[in-house]
Design a protein around this ligand. Structure first.
Ligand SMILES: *Cc1c(COP(=O)(O)O)cnc(C)c1O
Length: 423
C-alpha cells in the first residue's frame, strides 16, 4: 500500500525516458530481478541476447491484446516481405488479414478471445480432455491447425496457459513447442531469420495467476521451454503480494512490440531517444502515459525478499494440500475433480447411487454450492469442466490461516450433508 501511495504521489505521464528516467529505469531493473527470480530464460532479460525485456501493464487482458497486435503485424510483415511495390504490399496485407486466426484452448481465459475481437481476427479454441487433465497438447493443437489450414485460414498466434482459470492446468508446453518446430517454414529461412523468429506462429504464455509460483525452485523446471516461445505474462497483483494493478509482460524481442506500436510525434523528439540507448516504454504498450508501478514491485521485493515471497506461495500450496486432504477424509461426500494445483482444488459431491447420471451429480453439487453461497459464511466460485459442475477452493490470499481453511471445510461438509439427506 505504501508503494502504491508513493507511486501515486509521483504523478506524471512518464511516457518516455526523458519524462522521468527513474520511472523507466526502475521498471527495467525490477523486471530483470523478477525474470531471474522466476528463472525465465535469458532471452526475456533486458540484457539478454535477443533484445528482449519486460514492461508493466495494468492487466493480463491488456498484455494479451498488445502481444496479439504485435504478433499480427509481425506475421503480416514477414508474409509480404517479398512484395516490393508498396501499394501491392498494402493490398496483400489487407487480404491476408481476413484469413488470420488466433488460437487458445477451450480452457484459455476469455481475455484471448477478447484480444482477437480487438485485433479484428478470428478466434478458435483447441479442445482439451479430462484424461489430459484439461491441458492443451501438441497433438490436439496440430489437429486444429491442420483443419484451419485446410480451409485456407492462417494461424499466426497461440495463447498457451500456465494455470488455467477453471482448474489451473498447465498446457503441455514441450509437445506444443515440438509441434511448432515441425510446422514452421524452417527450410526456407536463413539462420539469421530463424534467430529473429521469422515465419513462426507467435506463442504467448499466459501465467497470469500461477506464474507467481515460479519464484519457488520446485516449479522452475517449467521455464526452459519458454525460450522457444515469444512472450510471457504474470499478474503479480494476483498472488505475489503486489496490490492491483501490476501485470508483468516479457517479450523475447522488444522490436516486435516497437514495430507494431511505435508512433512519431514532434513532442517526442529528443537526443536520448534518437541515440537508441534509452527505453521509451510507450512503444511497448497501448496507452501513451504510464504510472510508476515498478515502485510497488520494488517495495514488495525489498520488504519480503525472494525467500519471503517463496514462503508466501508455499504457505498457500500447503493449505490447499491440507484442504484436499480433508476432502479425502470424506469420500462419502466429496470427489476431487482436479488438484490441488497451484493452491486450487476443484471438487464435486459424491452421489449415493453408483449409477447416477452426470446431470444428477451436477444437480446435487449445484444444490450444495448454492446453499453455501446463500448461507453467506463463505463465498466460493464454481465452474463447469468437461460437463461436470464443480466447486473451486483456493486459499491464496495474504491473511488466510489454517483455521480458516478448516472452517471452509466444515461449512462445506454441513452443506453436503444437507444436500445428500434430500436425495
Ligand atoms: C486472471 C486471469 C486473466 C485475466 O486477468 P486480468 O489481469 O484481469 O485481465 C487472464 N488469464 C488468466 C490465466 C488469469 O488467471
Amino acid at each position: 500500500m505504501l508503494g502504491e501511495m508513493y507511486s501515486t504521489a509521483f504523478t506524471g505521464a512518464a511516457f518516455n525516458w526523458i519524462c522521468s528516467p527513474v520511472v523507466t529505469e526502475l521498471e527495467t531493473i525490477v523486471l530483470d530481478w523478477l525474470a531471474r527470480a522466476f528463472a525465465l530464460p535469458s532471452c526475456y532479460l533486458s540484457t539478454g541476447p535477443t533484445h528482449g525485456g519486460g514492461v508493466i501493464h495494468g492487466t493480463a487482458s491488456e498484455a494479451i491484446a498488445t502481444v496479439m497486435v504485435a504478433a499480427r503485424d509481425k506475421y503480416l510483415r514477414e508474409a509480404t516481405a517479398h512484395i516490393t511495390d508498396e501499394e501491392e504490399r498494402e493490398d496483400a496485407i489487407a487480404l491476408r488479414r481476413t484469413k488470420l486466426v488466433a488460437l487458445g484452448s477451450v480452457a484459455t481465459h476469455s481475455a484471448t478471445k477478447k484480444a482477437a475481437q480487438i485485433a479484428g481476427v478470428r478466434f478458435r479454441a483447441v479442445p482439451v480432455h479430462a484424461e489430459d487433465g484439461y491441458r492443451m497438447t501438441g497433438a490436439e493443437l496440430g489437429k486444429t491447425i491442420d483443419g484451419l489450414h485446410a480451409k485456407g485460414l492462417e494461424v499466426f498466434y497461440i495463447t498457451t496457459t500456465l494455470g488455467t482459470t477453471d482448474t489451473c492446468a498447465i498446457d503441455d508446453m514441450d509437445s506444443i513447442a515440438d509441434l511448432l518446430d515441425e510446422i514452421a517454414p524452417a527450410a526456407t529461412l536463413t539462420p539469421e531469420q530463424k534467430r529473429d523468429g521469422q515465419g513462426e506462429i507467435w506463442v504467448h504464455v499466459d501465467a497470469a495467476y500461477a506464474g507467481s509460483a515460479l519464484v519457488c525452485p520446485e516449479y522452475q523446471h517449467l521455464t526452459p521451454v519458454f525460450a522457444r516461445f515469444h512472450s510471457y505474462n504474470v499478474n503479480v497483483h494476483k498472488w505475489l503480494l503486489v496490490n492491483f494493478d501490476c501485470s508483468l509482460l516479457y517479450v523475447r524481442d522488444r522490436n516486435w512490440l516497437i514495430d507494431a506500436l511505435s508512433v512519431n510525434l514532434a513532442i517526442l523528439k529528443n537526443a536520448h531517444t534518437d541515440s537508441g540507448l534509452v527505453t521509451d516504454y510507450r512503444d511497448w504498450q497501448i496507452p501513451f502515459g504510464r504510472r510508476f508501478r515498478s515502485l510497488k514491485v520494488w517495495f514488495v521485493i525489498r520488504t519480503y525478499g525472494i525467500n519471503g515471497l517463496r514462503a508466501h506461495i508455499r504457505k498457500h500450496i500447503k493449505l490447499a494440500e491440507d484442504f484436499a486432504g480433508m476432502l479425502q477424509t470424506r469420500p462419502d461426500l466429496f470427489e476431487i475433480v482436479t488438484g490441488p494445483r497451484y493452491a486450487l482444488t476443484v471438487f464435486k459431491l459424491k452421489h449415493k447411487s453408483q449409477t447416477a447420471m452426470i446431470q444428477e451429480v451436477n444437480a446435487l453439487t449445484k444444490k450444495s454450492y448454492d446453499d453455501v453461497v446463500a448461507e453467506g459464511k463463505i463465498f466460493l466460485s464454481s465452474t463447469v469442466v468437461g460437463g461436470v459442475f464443480a466447486i473451486r477452493h483456493n486459499p491464496a490470499t495474504p491473511f488466510v490461516e489454517a483455521h480458516h481453511v478448516k472452517k471452509h471445510f466444515e461449512v462445506l461438509v454441513a452443506a453436503a450433508e444437507r444436500a445428500l439427506a434430500e436425495v
